[in-house]
Design a protein around this ligand. Structure first.
Ligand SMILES: [Zn+2]
Length: 469
């Protein structure tokens, strides 16, 4: 089909004009504050204090007295619940939860915990939106021998993709440096009248916010057999995992892409997430979403691409309605786990070179085919990073912005190699995103230094040199 772009790579649009003006801001981002996990200490101290409060035993007396039955700590579950709020930086909820307990008025342990959370909250600093970085990935490579097998797609994967071992190293390093995942909706707020105001992100010393996104989580047909997961699924315990099709056709379930990897990481390190918020997935629609073939073309069978026809030929039992149902279940489970979705345009359109009319037609398809599954979104993450304006602020004279804003989009992300690029008006929040992929790591390792050391995370199974673009 004409105009459809199948692969997420292409020339990334860099807002070169902005580059110079941002060097001043960069100084703010490289501040390395010492890692200081105060929240955990608070919890431990509270437990000690609570124990102390009930471990007072009567002093020995000449006459044997029966050992007093140790008093259980009835408030321990309350302390644990409060600690779970505080671990994700929601001190107000932790304090409110403690104070609303009937035991609070008479219980020293609860009062002590509330006091400590008040102190931790007072020590937090407010983060300016201009000081928040945003990093993104494509679908992660699980089996490098299949992605880097010398076929026609190898160069693109090598440039634009990140392997699972690299991703795990990057995330561990960012966690160790104190990074905490926040939502775009924490950074800026939309008011009832459609205007926007700065949000509020408050973190204790040593912690700093960042936004995480992932593009094109469709498991496109062209990626079949190249070492990527095949789709996301909800397991019996309600968690979201990936399926991977093995060589013998059997299906394995596990952490084969970013979503379950981050879910597992946050389960082990809750303080990596600000108030339970995780990343945002930029979604097209032409091959369906999340590995499900949910576009109406699979139902009508009109204007199918060759690989779509091949898929339907190979899957004679394909059930469109069930596909939509299962994709919706996965999306709902992800949202419950703190994930968000953005439009990446339906057809992976270049928004710079497309006309306003073309973008309107494309967005109608997104609204018809993707929105019913993923739900409402007010975020556009531009395909190819190709923005609807240069560095100049959006205004309603720009027909593309006027259209997108009229359809409820408030947050707009491009691709920018700078650590920080934010532009904010009372109508739109714009943010640059940094690609952490083979190309960036190979050619500009110094641009990753605030996040991780390329030498430590580089996957040696990557062919070198990474091809130039
Ligand atoms: Zn893309």
């Amino acid at each position: 089909m004409k105009g459809r772009i199948q692969k997420p790579w292409g020339r990334l649009l860099i807002l070169a004009a902005v580059t110079g003006s941002l060097s001043m801001l960069q100084g703010c981002a490289v501040r390395m504050l010492p890692f200081d996990d105060k929240v955990v200490e608070v919890e431990d101290d509270d437990r000690k204090e609570a124990k102390k409060a009930i471990d007072i035993k009567p002093s020995a007396t000449p006459t044997p007295t029966p050992e007093p039955t140790p008093t259980p700590i009835p408030v321990q579950p309350i302390l644990d619940e409060a600690a779970s709020f505080a671990l994700q930086y929601d001190y107000d909820s932790a304090i409110a939860y403690l104070e609303e307990q009937p035991e609070y008025a008479d219980d020293l342990a609860l009062q002590t915990a509330a006091k400590k959370y008040r102190n931790t909250k007072a020590a937090c600093t407010e983060w300016k939106m201009e000081d928040i970085t945003h990093v993104f990935f494509h679908t992660l490579i699980y089996d490098t021998s299949k992605a880097f097998d010398g076929d026609e797609d190898e160069d693109g994967y090598n440039q634009m993709m990140t392997t699972i071992s690299e991703f795990n190293g990057i995330i561990q390093s960012m966690y160790d440096k104190g990074y905490v995942m926040v939502s775009l909706h924490d950074i800026a707020k939309v008011n009832d009248d459609g205007t926007m105001s700065p949000g509020s992100i408050r973190l204790p010393p040593g912690k700093k916010p960042f936004v995480l996104s992932q593009d094109d989580v469709s498991y496109y047909h062209y990626m079949d057999g190249d070492g990527f997961a095949s789709r996301l699924v909800v397991t019996d315990d309600g968690s979201v995992k990936c399926e991977y099709i093995e060589d013998d056709g059997s299906v394995s379930v596990g952490d084969y892409d970013m979503v379950p990897l981050i879910d597992t990481f946050v389960r082990e390190h809750p303080d990596f997430s600000y108030r339970g918020h995780k990343g945002i997935l930029a979604m097209t629609g032409y091959n369906g979403v999340l590995g499900y073939r949910t576009d109406s073309a699979y139902k009508t069978r009109d204007n199918l691409q060759d690989n779509q026809e091949e898929f339907l030929r190979n899957n004679p039992d394909f059930d469109f309605d069930r596909e939509v149902e299962e994709a919706t279940r996965v999306a709902d489970a992800m949202k419950a786990e703190g994930w968000e979705f953005a439009s990446h345009t339906w057809g992976h359109r270049n928004a710079t070179t497309s006309t306003a009319e073309e973008l309107k037609e494309d967005n109608k398809r997104w609204e018809a085919n993707v929105k019913p599954i993923l739900g409402d979104t007010d975020v556009i993450i531009f395909a190819f990073g190709a923005d609807i304006s240069n560095w100049q602020k959006y205004d309603f004279d720009n027909p593309k912005f006027a259209y997108y804003k009229s359809r409820g989009y408030n947050y707009y992300c491009n691709v920018d190699s700078n650590r920080l690029w934010v532009q904010f008006t009372d109508q739109a929040f714009r943010m640059g995103r940094r690609n952490l992929d083979g190309y960036r790591m190979y050619y500009n390792p110094e641009m990753c230094e605030d996040l991780f050391d390329v030498d430590e995370v580089w996957d040696s199974s990557r062919p070198t040199p990474v091809p130039e673009m």
